[in-house]
Design a binder for this molecule. Structure first.
Ligand code: WTA
Length: 637
């Protein structure tokens, strides 16, 4: 497979960037022409950011799975598409060639059809990191069903909220999932969620851990039995449904600063083009490279850079079921050596966590196959960057620091491995086709270098969010209303003297805990559900490993006998309502919260106290009760 759109030198980068700004339509049409379309598009781009209303490749017809699978059969049919490494290193791994994966996807697509799933139906997928998760995702795409993958760490309540919002009538899950020394009862969590979701018609359950499960008559079926049924039907083929370029491909829920998580919608054509384009360019993918992205498919990183981008590029993508620290902290490194991994893409949190074990677990491995390293999900601190560079890359692998979001579908700002320069803790330069701008609070564009502001994008790219499921107005107000005419990212950013971008973190009330996005309002709502809690305010604080930790200030009704236990109960409640990833690290009981006369909580002050600052809390004179600040400072945990 060759990639005509791969930029290979700094000069090519500059030329591509220039062309992408001067003639965006021509630029993207050239990239899109390298894919398989059932019918070529009529118009490359129609857009306005007021609606917003963005259409890429309008009138084009395609199926993304033909690009991920069918088109590789003749040339790469016997090459590995997916390598699966199980949680337990003693268990046998699996390799799926493109032919095998194609076959499995068609089989499961037929299972979905047999169970009544039709084009446009929403299918919720809640599974561990087994190959069948990727198969289920692709099978949905094959028949035009809209998948919504939910990360295995979300609670029953979170699942129910998402199922209701998407009105998903079909669920695909596993009996359980292995993660390190844990065995997570996924089906049982689904059962709890479905108590509130009577509209769900069918649950397909894959056997993984053999933990006992209850199967409801008429609703629940086993994956394995359903596969047998379609096998005996004779024809294993499942034609790829003809999709419009702008038909939804999937919904992925993500947290914002207000309310419940919103369903980010990506569409078939633009998402396919951009994930493949960015995959090939950022990692400088070469045919036969083994690509190991350690994210979970439940997040956008897994969607774009485990499944769709790599497979469209005919790459070999490694799926790992387990965790970096089990059975020991050398697990990633032994996987790298076992499969001769060339590209490793992981999160700063994982790097920091592995760093804390020292270099012993690293030095037991050669790591000589590695060629490119990547990070994603949160700012990487310089110390972690240098450790990654020195001990993992041995100083010879470019590190790509990829900045992007669920809403952007693919990497937006990043160096291109070995082609454009890297700079520790900088995402560096936009990909050709991406036009970032920094604005001040009033929305004025900040010109020149050496400026800091809020990061916006002023021109559409093919995988831009199209809508938030069921509520287009929410999409507009969240992303397109703050600075009219621009997409607002929610991130703060510095453009240094050389023109390199450095993401400084969220400027809204969204936390980034271990690379997971969590809204403070969501956590507060969950805390407030705990009996005895009167009010709460949640802020982030710097955490050595997780990047940010969750600090909760809680007004409690005063009747608790054992504060330590009550703190744990509150954390437990959050775990129940959202999921373990949102459990507060610290809970402090306070007599009141610092509020302005109009009742607004001054989070700035709470953030400073959580960070350990006691002196320079800024102006507190507008507070209704400045005395409360002293009380809070005294009680810091
Ligand atoms: C943050 C993950 C600094 C940022 C792909 C963004 C980053 C949010 C980087 C999106 C990076 C992501 N450097 N910060 N390289 N990458 N972020 O939707 O705050 O889970 O807005 O997408 O993560 O998180 P999301």
């Amino acid at each position: 497979m060759s990639y005509p759109f791969q930029v290979r030198t700094r000069e090519e980068y500059d030329a591509a960037y220039k062309k992408s700004v001067e003639d965006p339509e021509g630029f993207w049409a050239d990239v899109a022409d390298t894919f398989v379309w059932k019918k070529r598009w009529d118009k490359t781009l129609e857009w306005n950011f007021t609606g917003p209303d963005v259409k890429w490749f309008a009138g084009g017809k395609l199926n993304i799975t033909e690009n991920c699978l069918d088109r590789h059969l003749a040339t790469r049919g016997n090459e590995p598409a997916i390598i699966w490494e199980p949680n337990d290193p003693e268990e046998h791994h699996h390799i799926f060639t493109y032919k095998a994966l194609h076959h499995k996807v068609m089989q499961f697509a037929n299972v979905l059809k047999n169970n009544g799933v039709k084009k446009g139906d929403r299918v919720c997928i809640y599974m561990g990191m087994v190959p069948e998760l990727a198969i289920a995702v692709l099978a949905c795409a094959r028949i035009g069903a809209i998948h919504s993958v939910i990360f295995g760490g979300f609670s029953a309540q979170s699942i129910a909220d998402r199922l209701q919002d998407a009105q998903a009538e079909y669920v695909v899950t596993c009996d359980g999932a292995y993660r390190g020394n844990k065995d997570i009862p996924l089906k049982s969590v689904i059962d709890d969620a479905l108590v509130q979701c009577r509209f769900v018609k069918r649950v397909v359950v894959l056997t993984r851990t053999r933990i006992p499960v209850s199967m409801l008559k008429g609703r629940d079926v086993w994956w394995e039995d359903e596969i047998k049924k379609v096998e005996t039907m004779g024809n294993p083929d499942c034609p790829a449904e003809e999709m419009d370029a702008e038909d939804p491909l999937f919904i992925l829920y993500t947290s914002g600063s207000t309310g419940k998580p919103k369903g980010v919608v990506h569409t078939c054509g633009g998402y396919m083009v951009y994930t493949t384009y960015s995959f090939v360019n950022v990692f400088q993918y070469k045919p036969d490279d083994i690509h190991f992205c350690t994210a979970d498919i439940g997040w956008i990183t897994g969607h774009s850079y485990i499944v769709y981008g790599p497979l469209c590029a005919g790459a070999t993508s490694l799926i790992f079921e387990g965790v970096p620290t089990w059975p020991d902290a050398g697990r990633f490194w032994s996987i790298v050596d076992k499969y001769k991994v060339n590209i490793l893409y992981t999160a700063p949190t994982a790097i920091r966590s592995l760093m804390s074990f020292g270099t012993g677990p690293v030095n037991a491995h050669s790591l000589e196959s590695l060629r490119v390293l990547g990070t994603v999900g949160e700012p990487i601190n310089e110390e972690a960057w240098h450790w990654y560079d020195e001990h993992i890359g041995k100083g010879r692998c470019p590190i790509v620091d990829t900045w992007w979001q669920t809403e952007t579908g693919g990497t937006m700002i990043s160096n291109l491995a070995g082609v454009t320069p890297s700079k520790p803790s900088y995402a560096t330069l936009p990909l050709p086709g991406i036009q970032p701008v920094l604005v001040d609070e009033q929305g004025n564009e900040l010109q020149g270098n050496g400026v800091t502001g809020n990061l916006c994008i002023k021109f559409p790219w093919p995988s831009i969010i199209r809508t938030t499921w069921g509520d287009h107005e929410r999409c507009r107000t969240n992303y397109f209303a703050t600075y009219p005419g621009m997409y607002f990212t929610g991130d703060g950013c510095l453009r240094d003297e050389e023109g390199f971008y450095r993401i400084t973190g969220r400027v809204d009330d969204v936390l980034n805990v271990s690379g997971h996005r969590i809204g403070t309002a969501e956590v507060e709502n969950a805390i407030n559900m705990h009996a005895g809690v009167i009010e709460s305010a949640v802020v982030g604080y710097p955490h050595d490993i997780k990047g940010q930790g969750i600090y909760a200030y809680v007004i409690y009704d005063g009747t608790h006998h054992d504060p330590a236990l009550t703190r744990q109960d509150i954390a437990q409640t959050v775990g129940r309502i959202i999921g373990p990833i949102a459990r507060p690290d610290k809970v402090q009981f306070v007599p009141g919260l610092p509020k302005t006369r109009s009742g607004k909580i001054m989070r700035r002050i709470l953030r400073k106290i959580a960070e350990g600052e006691t002196e320079n809390l800024g102006d507190t004179s507008t507070l209704l009760d400045p005395g409360v600040v002293e009380e809070i400072k005294k009680g810091k945990v």
